[in-house]
Design a protein around this ligand. Structure first.
Ligand code: FAD
Length: 521
């Protein structure tokens, strides 16, 4: 196991080992960079995971306190759990389902395409699809995404067959079982999925791409990775010139450590990334590090989401096969004539009985809930995921509540934009129509779950005054500080974000490497 000295100021320190951080670590290690990854959570492996929804959630999820405000349903339904993300090596890629659509070209230019939407803080990305395309290719190959680069599709399970037949009856044409980053056949040293339906619970067998099973072991094999689990970063340090010089963190024994650094990357998933920058306020950066624009924490996005369940006379057994492996993409098109801007995907989803009972109808109980839960075996499920509007007032700030170390936790404030509400309504109506077209006797609309797609808070911008990082994810204010996760999303697009996070991290590694070679860093 590689260990670098705490005072080694040549290392790159990456905070977080998930989609962004784990990918950047591998990309830098294979180029010869000495890399320290600080990960707040434990190093769990496939053998540790519980094949039990609640036990796995308790084992993997970030359950440290967070607070919530705003008019979104989450503030009532889950006031202490605004987001569902992982605190463990591999980050939320250990929990994720693997859906891997790309952004569409117009989604990089939301401000230009959608115009001035009242109450929305739309901005065009400083990059285009054509700039990112080569990195999308690299990311898809790295992740073994089905339906791409010759990778075979996942098999259709019952949940998908109901969904696809309904789509066909409704006249949708763009539906399939992918793209998903789960192996249908062995690939890259990992096995094919055994279709056991435990995707959200860590995937014991490693058929699903995660940084835990793919990027970090490869990084480790180079001898350049020093992975430190149970190590929570609490402050980024800087020198008199404002450049980052290291990171303070609390190790597994509760000891405060300082790791020096030549470059620092923050990849803690949007909420924790913004929190860490705000916690790093100093005399030079009184409002938080990299925050001269006042944009750190702002424009928090979570995608417009909602779930639709269809209940039938005969069993569907949605829990068999992949948790998610089905997409209807027709509604992701550019079409501002539906009463909202932006598009959305419909994706199959399955929950086990315990999660289904908890999430299907938050707040309801008694006969109404029992009747729904009684129909579990005969239920098919889909999730709606679409572009939400960035709003400067949707924001991460430091709360009055503190964590076990006495450090302020994040408060997540969110109000739905009217566009988000209109899109959700449309998505749930269409979802219900899909199931009714194939004989559902009942459809149930479930409001959003705690946020699984956490985006924005350090957005990318051309002008330093408009955002936090530049087109490579480098802080406008601090030349050797990078943000490497979904925080940098200028706008959210309809696509699930992880493929784009991985593509951006891969591109950022190229940039950091060339910057070092030319001595600019
Ligand atoms: C149930 C579920 C299903 C999902 N399905 C999909 C899907 O199908 N497709 C898709 O694209 N996305 C999906 N996602 C979202 C996807 O998992 C995230 O977009 C992605 O993992 C985010 O990557 P990230 O690098 O920003 O953060 P993460 O992967 O969450 O990694 C962040 C890491 O940073 C660590 N960390 C945070 N703060 C600190 C600190 N101060 N010090 C040290 N470490 C810290 C955390 O512990 C965590 O391990 C899903 C998420 C969930 C929960």
């Amino acid at each position: 196991m590689t260990r670098f000295d705490y005072d080694d100021s040549d290392v790159v320190v990456i905070v977080g080992s998930g989609a962004g951080g784990g990918t950047l670590a591998h990309e830098l290690c294979r180029r010869g960079f000495k890399t320290v990854v600080l990960e707040a959570g434990p190093h769990l492996t496939g053998e540790d995971y519980h094949n039990d929804e609640w036990a796995a959630f308790g084992q993997m999820a970030w359950t440290d306190p967070r607070t919530t405000s705003g008019s979104w349903a989450i503030a009532d339904d889950f006031p202490n759990l605004p987001a569902w993300i992982v605190k463990a090596v591999g980050g939320t890629t250990t929990h994720w389902a693997g859906a891997c659509p790309r952004f569409k070209s117009h989604e990089f230019a939301a401000r230009t395409t959608y115009g001035d939407i009242e109450g929305a803080d739309l901005l065009d990305w400083p990059i285009t699809l054509s700039e990112l395309e080569p990195y999308y290719d690299q990311a898809e190959i790295k992740m073994g995404v089905t339906h791409r680069h010759g990778r075979p599709p996942l098999p259709a399970n019952n949940n998908y067959k109901v969904f696809a037949n309904g789509a066909d009856k409704l006249g949708y044409r763009d539906y399939s079982t992918g793209p998903y980053a789960t192996n249908a056949e062995p690939y890259d040293g990992r096995p094919a999925s055994i279709q056991d339906g435990f995707n959200f619970q860590g995937d014991k067998h490693g058929s699903k791409w995660s940084t835990l099973v793919a990027e970090l072991p490869k990084a480790e094999a180079t001898g350049n990775l020093d992975l430190r689990p149970d190590s929570q970063a609490v402050q980024i340090l800087h020198g008199p010139d404002g450049r980052a010089t290291g990171v303070l963190y609390v190790d597994r024994n509760g000891t405060l450590r300082r790791q020096r650094a030549a470059v620092v990357s923050v990849a803690g998933n949007s909420i924790e990334t913004a929190r860490l920058l705000l916690l790093s306020a100093s005399t030079r950066f009184p409002d938080g590090m990299a925050n001269s624009s006042g944009q750190v924490g702002r424009n928090y996005m979570r995608h417009t989401t909602g779930t639709v369940w269809g209940q039938f006379d005969k069993p569907v057994r949605m829990y068999r096969g992949e948790t998610m492996a089905g997409v209807i993409a027709d509604e992701s098109r550019l079409d501002t004539g539906r009463g909202f801007v932006g598009g959305y995907y419909m994706q199959t989803i399955a929950l086990g009985p315990a999660f289904f009972a908890k999430f299907v109808a938050p707040g309801s109980w008694g006969p109404k809930l029992a009747e729904i839960v009684d129909g579990y075996l005969n239920t098919a499920g889909m999730w709606i995921v679409g572009e939400d509007m960035p709003q400067g007032t949707n924001r991460i700030t430091l709360s009055d509540t503190v964590d076990e170390h006495g450090i302020p936790v994040a408060n997540v404030h969110f109000d739905d934009h009217p566009n988000d509400v209109a899109m959700r309504r449309h998505g749930q109506q269409q979802g219900a129509a899909v199931y009714k077209a194939v004989g559902a006797h009942r459809t149930i609309e479930t409001p959003p779950y705690p946020s699984t797609h956490n985006l924005g808070t350090c957005r990318m911008s051309q002008r330093p005054g408009d955002g936090v990082v530049d087109r490579f994810g480098r802080a406008h204010d601090v030349p050797n500080l990078f943000v490497t996760d979904g925080s940098v999303f200028t706008t959210g697009a309809a696509a699930n974000p992880t493929l784009t996070i991985v593509a951006l991290a891969t591109r950022q590694a190229d940039f950091i490497a060339s910057d070092f070679r030319t001595g600019r860093n």
